[in-house]
Write a protein that binds this ligand. Structure first.
Ligand SMILES: [Fe+2]
Length: 187
């Protein structure tokens, strides 16, 4: 279940807010400059669909977002527990960092969590199939795919050389709950 949890940056244990209501999620995130949308596929999407099939199924919303936000390229990434060097891949995104372009991801299947550090708060967004999240350039954040990751996502890029990250050096990510999909499902 897609979910937003809002914490004060000083307290990773008692959230100020936890909601799975899409309207509340959009409202809280947009108020803080973060784009969150729910997208429906233009066409049926069989489980065996490859990257090109995924891009065809969401061609309409992809084109709209590229036009609205100036993205120039997209690709499709799929991660499973069998992905090569998956532990190192998870670790790569676990420390707080920024980008000089917006980080936009659309989740086609599976789930993962973004943590956005903004104005003294941490916004934890568990994204699942149908969720589009775009984090503004320069906004500190981190990403946890979980110990046994399973997701497919469309990535949007505005720079020709693609994804580059700058660590902030803040260790805040280590204080916040990691992404454990089974625990989320049971809550
Ligand atoms: Fe990032």
């Amino acid at each position: 279940m897609s979910e937003l949890t809002v914490y004060l940056e000083s307290d990773a244990h008692r959230p100020e807010l936890r909601t799975a209501d899409p309207v509340l999620m959009v409202g809280h995130l947009v108020h803080n400059g973060v784009l969150y949308e729910r997208w429906a596929a233009d066409a049926p999407l069989p489980a065996s669909t490859d990257g090109d099939g995924v891009l065809r199924a969401y061609a309409g919303p992809i084109a709209r977002l590229k036009e609205a936000r100036g993205f120039r390229a997209v690709d499709v990434v799929r991660v499973t527990p069998q992905t090569r060097d998956v532990a190192a891949l998870r670790a790569k995104f676990l420390a707080e960092h920024i980008h000089d372009e917006d980080e936009a991801r659309f989740f086609v299947e599976g789930a993962a969590a973004f943590y956005i550090h903004l104005d003294g708060r941490v916004f934890r967004i568990v994204c699942e199939a149908g969720d589009l999240l775009s984090i503004p350039a320069g906004t500190p954040h981190w990403f946890d795919m979980g110990a046994r990751p399973r997701f497919t996502a469309i990535r949007f890029f505005s720079r020709p050389d693609g994804w580059t990250a700058s660590p902030t050096g803040d260790t805040i990510a280590a204080r916040f709950p990691s992404f454990e999909p089974d625990a989320v499902d049971a809550a």
